[in-house]
Design a protein around this ligand. Structure first.
Ligand code: MGD
Ligand code: MGD
Ligand code: SF4
Ligand code: MO
Length: 840
């Protein structure tokens, strides 16, 4: 047996800091390793966000790190659909040649990118953006485009940014289709929820057809019928208006376009809507009055409504609850927060409160001219001096430092905006090339992807690059996505595991795991304190695998899109000093803005080479630090990084490296939320005419989703204690509910004579699956629920365990605005199976 006992001087017994990669909270962890295994795992008390908290899920993270699912060689698909191992050079040469071939024949925009960073690996994802730009891509997507794009568009109309609720302090906390007890999404969710439930002065309102763990703690549980949230939330908002409970004074001061909203809500028939969602009108009115009376209100919506009918409309109505009552930018309310780098929406530079003096304005003008004419000569001069030995290097360093000092403010903002806009795809088209679906934040609706491929349209997508995602499993109607993938001229998957998607790809590239390389997550969504953690590798990459920056660097090298001379000059500047590098990089991008999208690659190949051995991937963390201080100088200063300009970025970068537990990088004040509004007038623009029309249309009809053929509403994708998307493939990870049973209401089970453990077939319009059932008090009659994250192949396991949900869903049941799939609302029937059957 392997020796596992550890002594104090055995360095494998050291607790090393990292983070959980299973949900967006990214709680800090401390881990002990033995060889390549993660042997002991505990919460890290020093982590600035989680402070020692974890849920049950990360304790056996080794099931992600180690096991038969890991791939350790590049693979190429053969004619019979099997895979042959090939060496890295062959794989990279062939892939680069084929990418270039597709680009030359059909344009770079025919290469589509999917994924790029799951729940914990956005550093690799950001390096991937450089390949997108190197190829000339214009279309991409990821999981956000099957959940958050509707809400994100509503945000962009209302105030142009992402919001977060201050649930630690809110007097009234509202969860709409969100079960934070299991799915988290709030730092230290369970203690926060318990505290709200315990405090008699605070109130929790949950809108959910199920008695979820969160609903069980609620003061008011609005147990709507599935898919009826638009009627429910509009009835609450209408009560605020019709009973004159809204904050007219606050709205007059802080919002525009209020009157059309009030008018539309005055027309809502509260009683009829209450009836449509299966609730008492009195309960709706009580809840509205409680919201209006509260000192502070925050709301959180998630998949229960985002993957249900009317998702974009519900996002709007939900936000009206806190907007009409003036609960923005105050303790316990809703806020726009700072970001390390925005995952959604536009990068925004908030000027220093101190303002810009006349001297600075003059410098800005000089700098603009200098950058226009002197950019390339400056870079060359630094590079040439750098080659001339120590003394001239020192002189170059001093000159660069002085120059940067003077000009930083003037040049940094416009250059940073160019880089940020490229990386966040601000200039992407607004419609897809084939079906004309709306694109938001650069993302094609997930449900439209197959439409953009399975067609003869000349502008169809021809190649696909997939990283850190398993769309053949996670997108609606898997079979259609698989058909789309197989019809492409080229498909490449970068993953740690042989996933369902990898099994359809032409090439599979094995990535190092998130514990084998530098990584970081950009889920910096908190207010008022936001933290960012750069995680160092706990061990070297599994032999045969490579970290993403290396993979992307190697492919981009082969595409030959950047002249070697330019890379050499930037690298030489980096050897002089980071000030010299920054100056060289800024001047390069000023002269060659078309290279801005390649910034991650430029950083990796040049600045990365001058960082200590093995730390090249941190070059991008430096880039983030720079963008972060440029966009939110005051909030970063309040967090303790008080230098100015470039110096402030350097302080933040140094802290990222010195604090493996993570750093608090911003300290916002409640009133800051106003400065983060992106509308020029600094106000909330309450009216969204398209959605007010939609409200009237929806209120004119009754919800109607089931039929005699499909009498149940299946929610395909409930988050449970042991689900974590499909990040962990080994079914032994789950301590209980191994198969992920179908939850069914007591009344329905009695009617069908079912008991827990019995097996049934669930049939939908698109497919069928067999599963065991769990008779559950959580469910209302007519509603059934299957967990997400099941139904994946694991080598050595005798069968696939649990239901692969998207064999049951259809891409046609989707939101009319942003195409979000109705995974929570799939019409279904149940066929009782007499005896246990094998999975089909
Ligand atoms: N344990 C665990 N946590 C996770 C994940 C995981 O896989 N496992 N995944 C992470 C990810 S990627 C995400 S996006 C989040 C999602 O987090 P959540 O959205 O909170 O999780 P769900 O369980 O999918 O859905 C929330 C609730 O919606 C309810 N619901 C179903 N239909 C309706 C409806 O018609 N109306 C309303 N109002 N509610 C409805 C369900 O009963 C459920 O309680 O979780 C994150 N956290
Ligand atoms: N029916 C139904 N469908 C759903 C949902 C639902 O509730 N119901 N939920 C939807 C939601 S909200 C989401 S977020 C999506 C999630 O689905 P996906 O976007 O497909 O993401 P994950 O399941 O998180 O898959 C992460 C992938 O990254 C790989 N990976 C892990 N670490 C690394 C790494 O370091 N490098 C690389 N390159 N790869 C790595 C894992 O092996 C895994 O294959 O599913 C969506 N699909
Ligand atoms: S799954 Fe989420 S809440 Fe649980 S420990 Fe991991 S990051 Fe924290
Ligand atoms: Mo998600």
């Amino acid at each position: 047996m392997r020796q596992t006992s550890q002594t104090a001087d055995d360095n494998t017994a050291e607790w090393r800091k990292t983070a959980c990669i299973l949900c967006e909270c990214n709680c800090g962890l401390e881990i002990q390793t033995d060889g390549r295994n993660l042997t002991k795992i505990r919460g890290d008390k020093q982590h600035p966000g989680s402070a020692g908290y974890t849920c049950e899920k990360p304790l056996r993270l080794d099931k992600y790190q180690s096991g038969a699912h890991r791939i350790d060689t590049p693979l190429r698909r053969t004619a019979d659909g099997t895979y042959e191992p090939i060496d890295w050079d062959t794989a990279l040469d062939e892939i680069a040649a084929k990418l270039a071939g597709v680009r030359d024949a059909h344009g770079g925009e025919s290469v589509f990118f999917y994924g790029g960073g799951g729940q914990g690996n956005h550093l690799g994802g950001a390096y991937g953006r450089a390949l997108y730009h190197a190829v000339g891509g214009r279309y991409m997507s990821n999981a956000l485009a099957q959940e958050k794009t509707g809400e994100s568009w509503v945000d962009s109309q209302l105030y142009g940014n992402h919001t977060t609720g201050d649930f630690e302090h809110s007097e009234v906390a509202i969860f709409v289709g969100k079960n934070p007890w299991q799915s988290h999404g709030i730092a230290q969710a369970r203690p926060v929820l318990r505290e709200i439930a315990r405090d008699p002065n605070r109130t929790m309102i949950v809108i959910d057809p199920r008695v979820s763990e969160t609903a069980a703690l609620a003061d008011y549980h609005l147990q709507v019928k599935p898919g009826t949230d638009a009627w429910c939330v509009s009835a609450i908002a209408a009560t605020l208006v019709q009973e004159n409970l809204y904050n007219a004074g606050w709205l007059a001061e802080h919002a525009t376009g209020v009157e059309p909203v009030l008018r539309a809500l005055r027309e809502v028939d509260i009683s009829a809507n209450a009836h449509r969602c299966g609730l008492d009108e009195a309960l709706i009115r009580t809840v509205a009055r409680r919201i209006a009376a509260a000192k502070s209100v925050a709301t959180y919506e998630d998949l229960g409504v985002q993957q249900s009918p009317n998702s974009t409309l519900v996002a709007y109505l939900n936000k009206m609850l806190w907007i009409l009552t003036g609960n923005f930018a105050k303790p316990g309310g809703v806020h726009i927060h700072s970001w390390m780098f925005p995952l959604a929406g536009r990068w925004h530079a908030i000027p220093k409160e101190a303002g810009v003096g006349s001297a600075q304005r003059a410098r800005r003008e000089i700098a603009t001219v200098a950058m226009r004419y002197g950019a390339t000569p400056a870079r060359r001069l630094i590079a040439a001096t750098a080659r001339r030995g120590a003394i001239s290097q020192k002189a170059a360093g001093l000159t660069a430092s002085a120059t940067l000092d003077v000009f930083f403010d003037a040049v940094a903002v416009p250059i940073a905006r160019t880089i940020a806009d490229k990386l966040s795809m601000a200039d992407s088209p607004s419609r897809t090339p084939v079906s004309g679906a709306r694109i938001l934040n650069g993302l094609i609706p997930c449900d439209s992807i197959a439409d953009e491929i399975l067609t003869d349209h000349p502008d169809r997508l021809r190649a696909m690059w997939i990283d850190s995602s398993n769309p053949a499993h996670s997108l609606a109607e898997s079979a259609r996505f698989v058909a789309a993938m197989r019809s492409l001229e080229l498909s490449v998957v970068v993953d740690v595991a042989m996933t369902e998607t990898a099994r359809q790809a032409d090439y599979v590239l094995p990535a190092a795991s998130q514990f084998e390389k530098y990584e970081a997550s950009l889920f910096t969504l908190h207010f008022p304190h936001n933290s960012f953690q750069v995680r160092a590798p706990l061990m070297a990459p599994l032999p045969g695998t490579r970290p993403e920056p290396e993979i992307y660097g190697a492919v981009i090298d082969r595409l030959g899109v950047v002249e070697p001379r330019l890379l050499e000059e930037l690298a030489a500047a980096a050897r002089v000093s980071r000030e010299a590098f920054a100056l060289a990089l800024f001047s390069t991008l000023k002269a060659r803005p078309e290279l801005a999208g390649l910034t991650p690659y430029l950083l990796y190949r040049t600045l990365g080479a001058s960082l200590p051995e093995g730390e090249a991937a941190l070059a991008l963390a430096w880039g983030f630090a720079l963008l972060c201080v440029i966009s939110q100088p005051d909030a970063v200063a309040r967090a303790g990084f008080t230098g100015s300009g470039f110096g402030q970025a350097e302080e933040l970068f140094a802290a990222m490296r010195a604090h493996p537990e993570g750093v608090m990088f911003s300290d916002d004040r409640y009133e800051d939320a106003w400065r983060y509004i992106q509308h020029a007038d600094g106000k909330i623009h309450a009216a969204i005419p398209e959605l007010l029309d939609e409200l009237r249309a929806v209120c004119a009809v009754d919800p109607d989703y089931t039929s005699t053929e499909f009498p149940f509403t299946l929610s395909a994708g409930e988050r449970r204690a042991f689900t974590a998307n499909v990040i962990i493939r080994n079914p032994d990870w789950r301590r209980r509910d191994r198969e992920g049973a179908l939850r069914i209401a007591v009344a329905d089970a009695e009617r069908l004579a079912l008991s827990t453990g019995d097996r049934v077939r669930v049939v939908t319009e698109s497919g069928s699956a067999t599963t065991s059932v769990e008779v559950s008090e959580m469910m209302q009659a007519g509603h059934i629920s299957l967990p997400n994250g099941m139904g994946v192949a694991y080598p050595g396991a005798d069968a696939v365990v649990g239901v692969a949900l998207n064999t049951l869903t259809s891409t046609l049941r989707r939101d009319k605005f942003f195409g979000s799939p109705w995974h929570k609302n799939v019409p279904a029937r149940i066929e009782v199976l007499a005896a246990p059957v094998k999975e089909d």
